[in-house]
Ligand binder design. Sequence first.
Ligand code: NAD
Length: 683
Amino acid sequence: MTTQYSVAENVATIRLDNPPVNGLGHSTRAGIVTDLHRALASPDVEAIILTGVGGFFSAGADITEFGTPKTMAEPSLQDVIAALEESDKPVIAAIDGTCFGGGLELALGAHYRVATGASTVGLPEVKLGLVPGAGGTQRLPRVVDLATATDMITSGAPRTAQSMADGGDQRLFDRVVDGDVVDAATLFAQQILANRPLPRVRDLDATGQGGEFFATARERLRKRSRGFLAPLAALDLVETATTTPFVEGLAAERGTFAELVAGDQSAALRHAFFAERAARKIPDIPRETNTRVVNTVAVIGAGTMGGGIAMNFLNANIPVTLLEMKSEALERGVGVIRWNYQAQVDKGKLSAEVFEQRMALLSPTLEYADIAHCDLVIEAVFEDMDVKRQVFTRLDELMTPGAVLASNTSTLDLDAIAAITSRPGDVVGLHFFSPANVMPLLEVVRGKETTDEVLATAMAIGQRVGKTAVVSGVCDGFIGNRMLAKYQVAARSLLKAGSTPAQVDAAVEGFGLAMGPFRMADLAGNDISWAIRKRRYLEQRDYPRDEIGDALCELGRFGQKTGAGWYDYENGRRDALASPVVDNLLTSFHEKNGTQLHTFDPDEIVQRLIFALVDEGARILEEGIALRASDIDVVYLSGYGFPRHRGGPMFYADTVGLNTVLSALRRFAPTDWEPAPLLKMFR
Ligand code: NAD
């Protein structure tokens, strides 16, 4: 049984009890209706409280039922809500904790709602590419103002009951209380026992006229959603609530839901959700593998990465010792951390008190001896094997046995770093992304000697500091940057054939990526990839030359930081402006090479770039660098601004069909490359 029924005096209580989140799966829906009928049939019962156990009212539909016959099995959530609304005894939803999605829709079907102030309510369906399907879009605008309803339904962002009560114009909650919510609801029940007719949300009018409101909101959403359908569909339904009788609105909602749930975008978002969960599991490492205790962390190098890495641990209340070579570098690094926190305080996102608490956990030092006791050390010094060798030699001499030794290297061989030490099993890669205090992705790099215990510890640490951790094997660039290199090659080959940076970026951004390859390169700094290229030219004689990219860097156009890169930047602004210098550079390249200029349509640009990612992804999978295709998707979703509603490059390839990918790659092949063997197997 996933509901519990009890009666105390004249009040029946139905408790949702379906761990872990009181999901509204079939057994819970059926349980509510059975219990409701029991209460209605019982002459002593005069009011009914519907509540949840374990810190949840309900987190909504059971996502594992999606696409199975169980979602459709009667009673549907709509049936349950209709049964509550039709009850001739008052039904009071007593909310304490999370009340999301179908949970909130259920509560909106009750006649009254009593909530604790800290409870969180929301309609997050849009995050799965859906709209609420059980009346949420029609009922919520009837109990809160239009701006609030629109924001909650189109963004999926939750709110606390207290903040909604403080907001004034709301009829969502009849009481917001402290303490035991069932006691408060029982008391409330005695006060409204005799009131008739019973209030129903569906009978209220949606607030506001809002014609102009919707036009403005639609424009704003269109820009932000980059081809993502659900938020705009949700907005249409909120407008419907203000213009159309309830029953018709409900039918419109059902139609939109059915369309979206069967579409590619929702499938992609559900894939993303399950992919993130799957990434936490490492098939050959048992769940019960011991993890090492990490109570203290050392970070070596207080540069761009070291400072951001340190902040992750400070935020999680873990003391950090930050080691530098020179006092100026140390002071600068600590200054940047302080400045970052201060910016959060200024924006009201962090209290001054917590800011000081975090800074108090930070111990800057120039002495190796001060880090000897740390349980985990993360090296983030210059990307140079000799420097890494000095550091790891020192760590090997100094650190307590059992300490985890991590490197944040992006391009060096982790196995070679591990081999510097006498304890290669303790060495692991923790590859953070810049800015490390903001970007959610963490590639956990498993060296050939890394022990199961150390890998499990690294994954647990990632989770503890709120990162999306994905395991990668050792190779040049690991999962993300290795694929990105291929994508950049594809972008450059478009330039060589006649495209402009703006055309390429616009096409990819139209597909939904946060930033096209050239804007991204300008943000990251063209000098960094130039330095890597120059090293490769020396190491590998046949390494393909990036003539245009090299010429750009020779002009000192390193990107935003120098005010000029693939684009021009006005002082202090991030808007990418077309650059006459780059136009000239391309023109002279074409003249010199006698290029037959070609115009590519945006779809082909997208295919060339995205399928380049897919192609390299297939190789990474085949080599066992990634454990599963969905891990590659997680890397791209959390680290590279890949649109979540496309599910990640590998999922996208499946959506369009691997045959399409393969034949497109073959079409590009004469100028580019032979498709990955794994892709060819699908022919
Ligand atoms: P950075 O040049 O900004 O910082 C390196 C810092 O290390 C400097 O402050 C330097 O003084 C210090 N340092 C050098 N040798 C040292 C030593 N022996 N002992 C103590 N401190 C020392 O470099 P960064 O961009 O922060 O990169 C650091 C590491 O992170 C590199 O391995 C890089 O590949 C990797 N990484 C960088 C990025 C990025 O976007 N910048 C992203 C992921 C990983």
